[in-house]
Design a protein around this ligand. Sequence first.
Ligand code: RIB
Ligand code: CA
Length: 316
Amino acid sequence: MSVPRPILPEPIIPRPIIIDCDPGIDDAIALMLAFASSETLEVLAVTTVAGNVPLHLTEPNARRVRDLCGASQVPVLAGCPRPLLRRLVTADDIHGASGLEGSGLPPARGTADTRHAVDWLRDTIRARPGEITVAAVGPLTNLAVALVQRPELAYEIREIIIMGGAAGAGNVTPDAEFNFHVDPHAARIVFESGASITMVGLDITRQARALPEWLQTIAALDTPVARCVVGMLAHYGSVGGSLHDVLAVMQLLRPELMTFEACRVEIEIEDPETIGKSRVTRGVPPPEANAQVGFALDAPGFRAFLAERLGRYGAV
Ligand code: RIB
Ligand code: CA
């Protein structure tokens, strides 16, 4: 008599991702979340760009956080040191002069990888068409340069999860969110590229707040990662920072905590008053829609999941 073979669950093959960032306090916590989720996400590399602070700080900051998370095998690559056209505007008032105010982290160890992030992004994605997701949580300069060099990259990237923009008000000007304010021309190139885009903008990220009682649960973990998070958020929270970039990674882990709509997103680059604005038209059908845009968040669910993942880091 044949015994039916047990139906075993398909092994979940971790989703290969590249995190393009400008650490930056919320970028740092986004990296922690990704590195703590290795059963679901395989971080192929962290690419860095000028944004919150200059590139000579964002690159070592990414290595500092990576090493804290015990992920030193993951390459960190430096990308573009300035926006495509605009002069670099930083946010050291929000993230501190170092970019990781309050982290308590030691300086980066070792030396920087000499490969350029744009070359690495372009070649790695080309070699694995349709497989790799990019989580872009800083100004989009690196991606834009890669797309100008190789437009077909837009169809080779599985998906781009972008923290940036807003259907409503900006956070640097009334119209522009920081990442699109810093490099509006890069954002225009990316949104017109034809790539599959999920936009995690301020409409949803402003709901991702680190509340005092939540911070107490993180502090109670009493681990190096928890102490780093609490230290950074003591400063960042005092200036009203939301966990913007963390939500972009969370979208890859718990998309059911959020709701998205198919929208047309167009980036303003001509009008000096509104440059960097993301004009979002909701509820448009493909092919007019060029992005899924986030609007609603289960904020308690977000905080609970983030606490659980940060709790995975040990005491050493
Ligand atoms: O507007 C918020 C975005 O700007 C986040 O990515 C934050 O890190 C800053 O880069
Ligand atoms: Ca960022």
